[in-house]
Design a protein. Structure first.
Length: 157
């Protein structure tokens, strides 16, 4: 009985690259859909204070941010703490209008779950924070969150 031997070539077959554009466009589309752009340009410095008990917000889409801190451009605006709503400096009197606009931008079913997050600089005076909280109470925005960073534990020697 004779044995037939197949000649084996040492080359591997070429890899088909026909589906590569499809894969690239799928990845591009995925990252375009899932990436969020920064919505607000910060004009105040907000170094968050440290806290030991920190919880993450569950639905960030239902959060409105109020930034309080010294302006980044001190030569133009001074060194006193300022309030930033969206992309502009505002006064305490503008907070009710800001909250009403944030409520109107949401679906009516989500309005009771809106949270106002205060991003306050570590060095800001509490007087301006208290004034902001008083205005929030007047318009019925009782869910307030303070943005902090988690305290880093020092390693024991």
């Amino acid at each position: 009985m004779a044995r037939f031997k197949k000649e084996k070539s040492g080359e591997l077959p070429a890899i088909s690259t026909a589906s590569m554009p499809d894969i690239i466009f799928m990845l591009l589309f995925f990252f375009m859909v899932t990436t969020t752009m920064r919505e607000v340009t910060l004009k105040v410095r907000t170094r968050a204070p440290e806290a030991t008990e920190v919880q993450k917000l569950e639905k960030k889409a239902l959060v409105s941010f109020i930034y309080i801190g010294p302006p980044l451009q001190e030569r133009l605006y001074g060194t006193e703490s300022r309030i930033q709503l969206n992309d502009s400096f505002r006064t305490i009197a503008d907070i009710p209008e800001f909250i009403y606009m944030e409520r109107e931008a949401r679906v009516e079913a989500d309005r009771p779950f809106l949270t106002t997050s205060l991003k306050v600089d570590l060095e800001a005076k509490m007087g301006i924070v208290t004034d902001v909280k008083q205005e929030l109470r007047k318009v019925g925005a009782f869910k307030i969150n303070y943005s902090t960073r988690k305290k880093q534990e020092k390693p024991k020697d």
